[in-house]
Write a protein that binds this ligand. Structure first.
Ligand SMILES: N[C@@H](CCC(=O)N[C@@H](CS)C(=O)NCC(=O)O)C(=O)O
Length: 272
């Protein structure tokens, strides 16, 4: 018996957009269900018990099977629907390479999303009188480091991140940069120093489904930046967990990038 797939998501979420785009690109039938993460609905015990103990989206419900983590969702669907091999790799090496990217991404580019979150959404969650400069600095540091590696390693001699064809790695990384692009987090001079990343970003952005899933982000972040629109967040917790700066929690050990030295050094070298 076939069941209708339910995809629980929010369009402001980079991982949600990536798996969403994967489903659209592969004509996978599903029903879209909005989880309003501007409220605390996803933090409630009943939501966590039923769907995801971390409370995060995206979540895929396939009958009595529930799976979360965007890359795992796409991987599951890739197998279930026998999608073209290029998405998760045609051979052992390419499959390994794509997994390598996804794991690298999770602790680099993804956490660099803090630069966006703490600049654009955090004031609406915690108040405009709060100082998020430490979080933003940390996010930018990780983001710029990630951009450097995208430029000099992942895209060094190929059109896409893991080869000459698009893979899930491209969808996930692209959607992270969509948020930065919409939030004008990456200055023009930094884009200019990463021409391969820029060309790759534009190539992936030109895919019709990229536009479909990114439209909400560009439109609404545009309203925040250009028209001073403020969204009401009925929650007082970070939407991008893992990107907060907890100065007292690391026994006073400073993390690289806590001061401006990295950013200054990079701009002195002309690399950011
Ligand atoms: N590693 C996860 C990250 C998911 C994630 O960060 N989701 C965020 C939105 S971008 C979320 O649900 N935030 C709401 C919350 O944490 O309460 C994935 O790839 O699915």
């Amino acid at each position: 018996m076939s069941t209708t797939l339910r995809y629980l998501h929010h369009p402001a979420s980079q991982p949600c957009r990536a798996a969403h785009q994967f489903m659209l690109e592969n004509d996978i039938p599903f029903e879209l269900e909005l989880v309003d993460i501007t409220t605390d609905i996803n933090e409630r015990p009943e939501f966590r018990d039923k769907y995801n103990p971390t409370g995060q989206v995206p979540i895929l419900v396939d009958g009595d099977f529930v799976i979360w983590e965007s890359a795992a969702i796409a991987f599951y669907l890739n197998e279930k629907f026998h999608c073209p091999d290029h998405w998760f790799g045609r051979d052992t090496r390419q499959r390994g390479h794509i997994q390598q990217f996804l794991q690298w991404y999770a602790y680099t580019l993804r956490l660099g999303g803090g630069a966006f979150h703490w600049t654009i959404f955090a004031p609406m969650i915690y108040g405009y009188d709060k100082d998020f400069s430490a979080e933003i600095k940390k996010g930018r540091y990780i983001l710029y480091e990630s951009l450097d590696l995208l430029e000099t390693y992942w895209l060094k001699d190929r059109e896409y991140l893991c080869g000459d064809e698009i893979s899930y790695a491209d969808l996930t990384a692209h959607q992270d940069l969509v948020s930065h692009d919409a939030g004008k987090i990456i200055p023009d001079e930094v884009w200019k120093k990463h021409p391969k990343v820029r060309a790759w970003f534009d190539t992936v952005a030109a895919r019709p489904h990229a536009k479909t899933v990114s439209a909400w982000q560009y439109e609404n972040v545009g309203k925040i930046l250009n028209d001073g629109v403020k969204f009401e967040f009925r929650r007082k917790t970070a939407v991008l967990k893992g990107t907060e700066v907890h100065s007292g929690h690391n026994h006073g050990i400073t993390y690289a990038g806590q001061d401006d030295s990295y950013l200054k050094e990079k701009s002195a070298r002309g690399t950011t």
